[in-house]
Structure formats: C-alpha cells, structure tokens
Design a protein around this ligand. Structure first.
Ligand SMILES: [Fe+2]
Length: 291
C-alpha cells in the first residue's frame, strides 16, 4: 500500500450485523481529515463503532463529537457544571437504561449520532447492546413491511417503560424523572424513515413510543411489540463490554440500544454527547413533526 497513513489505522468487525472496533487512532490528539472521514464512513457502514482506551476528558470528547456533527444539549436535562453538552449516564440503584430505545426520539430532529465514553465501569456486567434497525426492517415479511411503511408513531419523553421498573419511592429516581419530563415533548415520526445518507429504510421505534396514530392503544402496543421483536432479536444485536476509557459512537438513525441491569449496585458512569440530527422523512416524503 502506497498511502502510509492508511496502514496506521484499521477496522475489525465485532458482529455480523453491526459493530466495528477502530484500531490505531488516538482521539486525544486532533484527527486529520483522512481519519475523520474513515470514522464517518465506518459509522455509516457498521452503525456502532468503538475506540478502545481513549480516556478522553470532556473537552476532548466534545472535539471528537464534532467529527460527526454539531453537539446539542439534552432537551430537559442540564449539562453537568463545567460542561456544555455532556449528558451524564449514571446508574441509579443498579439500573441504567435497561429498555430498548433510540436516543431522544421525542423531538422531531432527534440526534444523528451519540458519542459515549466510559468513566466508571462495574467489575462485572454493565455492557451495552445495540441493534440494527435497518436489517430489522429488511427482515420484516412483506405484509408487515406494508403496515410499517404507512404507520406513524407518537414518541414522548412522558413515557413509562423504563421508570416503572424503578422503585418510584426512591427520591433520586423521582427527582430524575421529574427533571426528565419538566417540559413534555410529543412528536410524530414515520415508523419507517429513509436514512438521509445511506438511503436505507430503518424502523423508528423504542421506549419513547406512546402510540400509533389512528390505532387504539391496546392494538397499537401489540403492533409495536411485533415490529420491535425484529429489532431486538439477538441475532440482530451486538454487545460491548466496556473497559475504562472506551468510546462508542452510534448512528442514532439506524440503531437502538439497551444497557442491561446486570451489575447489582456497583457503580456505572458514562458520559454522552449527542450531535444534531435531521428531521426524519417517510418513504412517501413526509417529515416528522411535533404532535
Ligand atoms: Fe440511550
């Protein structure tokens, strides 16, 4: 190979359907144009990419996030003191986010990508699982595709599929819940969006879904469950077992993720930055909108 920089970094798949480790990059240093475009291409192709042992600080984390887009603040949860865009992912009473979701889908232009770094990892468990929502769509039998193609879902931050697992009497959890819904958002997204960069069709579901437009709640829940089964089937996922300093970057337009509550009361702390997304477009060209 004549290009000397090309041999300095490389890619190793972690799973068949998604996930790849990028080797040979130090994100504490500024990345050159070739490295940045390698990361962006790898993200589109593999949907979640991992950089090992980076040990970024908040400022370096923000610089890395800008490789993928413009960092944005969470709609309701303030960034920790001294940071502009950080969202703290801290376990509470042995749980993190043990329900399947795509980040922040309760707003129309939900994040394009999320960049998550490990700060404190429990001695066992504490991994994160991602699922590919493009292959999930491809797996649907034709009649279910026809249903998904024309369905629209309502997403809201006033949802209950995760918080109900917690003991709501625990003050810390009640406080977080109150902050999370301090402003209530409701957005209508097509159940199938066309990915703006790859052209793939992806399922837009996850725990912020509170209903399907025009379908009674009980039946809507069952339809969502059937579609969601295609997202979360084990063959369609990849797991990452964190080590301190690791970074994961996912295409939030083509994945869902889940953090199993399998680490008892051990501490688990990660920090996330999301970057601005575009407004989803349905197969027939209509955009998501506030509901
Ligand atoms: Fe998340």
């Amino acid at each position: 190979m004549t290009n000397t920089t090309a041999v300095q970094f490389g890619l190793e798949k972690v799973g068949a359907r998604l996930g790849a480790v990028i080797h040979g990059m130090d994100a504490r240093q500024s990345l050159d144009a070739e490295q940045q475009s390698f990361l962006r291409d790898a993200l589109l192709r593999h949907k979640v990419i991992f950089l090992r042992h980076q040990h970024l600080d908040d400022a370096q984390h923000e610089i890395l996030s800008r490789v993928f887009g413009e960092p944005i603040r969470h709609p309701t949860i303030p960034a920790p003191d001294g940071t502009d865009f950080i969202f703290d992912v801290k376990s509470r009473h042995g749980r993190s986010t043990d329900s399947w979701h795509t980040d922040v889908t309760f707003v129309p232009n939900y994040p394009k990508a999320s960049i998550l770094r490990a700060v404190q990892i429990p001695p066992y468990g504490g991994g994160t699982i991602w699922a590919n929502t493009a292959t999930a769509y491809d797996d649907l039998p034709e009649p279910l595709k026809a249903l998904a193609d024309t369905a629209w879902a309502i997403h809201s931050n006033d949802y209950d599929t995760n918080f109900h697992k917690h003991d709501a009497r625990k003050e810390e959890i009640a406080d977080f819940r109150a902050a999370f819904v301090s402003t209530i958002y409701r957005t209508e997204h097509p159940v199938v969006r066309v990915h703006p960069e790859t052209g793939e069709r992806t399922l837009v579901l996850g725990h912020f879904v509170v209903g399907l437009r025009g379908i009674p709640t009980r039946q809507a829940n069952r339809i969502v469950e059937i579609l969601q089964d295609y997202v979360t089937q084990i063959d369609n996922t990849v797991i990452w077992r964190w080590q301190p300093g690791d970074v994961a970057i996912w295409d939030n337009r083509a994945t869902q993720h889940y953090a199993p509550a399998d680490f008892d009361e051990e501490g688990r702390h990660l920090r996330r930055i999301t970057v601005e997304g575009d407004i989803p477009v349905s197969i027939d060209g209509r955009q998501s909108r506030p509901f």
